[in-house]
Design a protein around this ligand. Structure first.
Ligand code: DC
Length: 230
């Protein structure tokens, strides 16, 4: 059966990664969480003192880029996890602190160029489901299936808040809502590769949709594209 490229873009916490992972499992495709790559670079910048509350030392980060190795490795359960210079940072990159700084880091063109190059490599043989902000517009503009996911900011913040609490983080809902709306704004107004719906993307608002219904809708779209029906 022919393999295709599936691009899933959208605002933060729209459940892109959940459906992308389900789809990749079902189709036996590779799943790539491109946001994890931006998060890993952000963690590196934080750990190396390139980020303070008021300033990001962009020059130092750009100079350090050749020393930053980001890669996915599968854990025992088969789930891909993010490694930064050989260290498993899957949990560390999901912290609220990384979420606060990742959008400004993702505006830096040199960072984007490095990560987009890696993303191209991961998808060169097709059979990939990649989620992010610019996958259908910049990384794989020729993807056979493009999905653009949306949901209300309150619904998304609620989902993210419950996720963070479940893993033991102490956060306030208001703080999460503020982070979600700030990131939406920064991700969609930046100069380089802003978040926007590709002309040929299918928009799915999942504010009132359960995970199963959402998965079946998107899976059907994928099956149609694989069969060349649409
Ligand atoms: O999907 P996420 O919330 O883990 O992504 C974290 C940040 O990374 C997001 O706020 C913007 C940035 N990002 C990006 O600019 N381009 C991508 N393809 C993926 C993520």
């Amino acid at each position: 059966m022919r393999k295709i490229t599936i691009a899933i873009d959208g605002y933060s916490s729209t459940g892109k990664s959940t459906v992308a992972r389900q789809l990749a499992n079902w189709l036996d495709y590779v799943y790539v969480d491109s946001g994890a790559m931006y998060r890993a670079v952000t963690l590196y910048a934080m750990r190396n003192g390139f980020i303070s509350e008021t300033h990001i030392d962009t020059d130092k980060l750009i100079n350090a880029l050749p020393n930053i190795r980001v890669e996915f490795r599968k854990n025992k359960g088969g789930k891909a996890e993010m490694y930064l210079n050989g260290e498993n940072v899957e949990k560390a990159i999901r912290s609220m602190e990384v979420s606060e700084y990742v959008s400004p880091i993702a505006t830096i063109p040199e960072v984007r160029r490095k990560l987009v190059r890696l993303q191209h490599k991961m998808g060169e043989e097709k059979g990939v489901v990649m989620d992010g902000r610019d996958i259908g517009t910049v990384v794989f503009p020729n993807a056979e299936l493009k999905i653009f996911m949306t949901a209300t900011a309150e619904e998304r913040a609620g989902r993210r808040y419950r996720e963070l609490v479940a893993r033991g983080d102490s956060v306030q809902y208001e703080e999460v809502l503020e982070n979600v709306t700030e990131r939406d704004h920064m991700d969609s107004t930046r100069a380089d590769s802003p978040l926007k719906k590709a002309l040929d993307a299918i928009e799915i608002d999942n504010s009132d949709m359960n995970l199963e219904d959402q998965f079946h809708i998107i899976l059907q779209l994928a099956k149609d594209r694989i069969a060349g029906r649409i």
